[in-house]
Design a protein around this ligand. Structure first.
Ligand code: HEC
Length: 113
């Protein structure tokens, strides 16, 4: 009798653990669906920023030295990027990469005030 009770307690505890794991996994899955983790949401992000920076230090430095990114505000860059992209004859994709790079620097470090 004693033994039986022990076994059944253990098996229901085991069921509880399994149920908890299952709920945790399901929750995790729907959470990841609702808010995709950074690694899967934007696996291209680092490459895109690298591409933008490469353009910035090469093509954007043909007529003048590379301008300090943090010297200008976000709104000033919003004006400058289309103008300078035209000067540089960047493709829309290249322009977007330069913009992403500049905005990432400003978002993380802020303009130098
Ligand atoms: C064909 C030559 C040329 C290229 C290529 C070029 N620029 Fe310029 N840039 C200029 C000239 C000329 C000025 C100064 C006059 C002006 O503001 O239009 C300037 C000014 C600037 C300024 C200062 C603006 C201010 O108001 O003080 C920034 C910042 C800048 N460029 C960024 C860039 C970026 C980023 C790129 C690449 C997307 C780039 N430039 C490519 C010619 C160029």
């Amino acid at each position: 009798m004693k033994r039986r009770r022990q076994t059944s307690t253990r098996s229901s505890a085991c069921g509880l653990v399994l149920a908890t794991i299952c709920v945790a996994l399901c929750n995790c899955q729907s959470l990841n669906e609702a808010a995709p983790p950074v690694a899967t949401a934007a696996p291209h992000a680092a490459a895109q920023l690298e591409f933008g920076r490469n353009l910035y230090v090469t093509k954007c430095a043909k007529c003048h030295a590379p301008e300090p990114v943090r010297k200008y505000s976000v709104s000033k860059w919003e004006e400058l990027i289309p103008e300078m992209a035209e000067e540089t004859r960047l493709t829309p994709g290249e322009t977007a990469a330069v913009r992403d790079y500049v905005m990432a620097v400003l978002a993380y470090h802020g303009p130098r005030g």
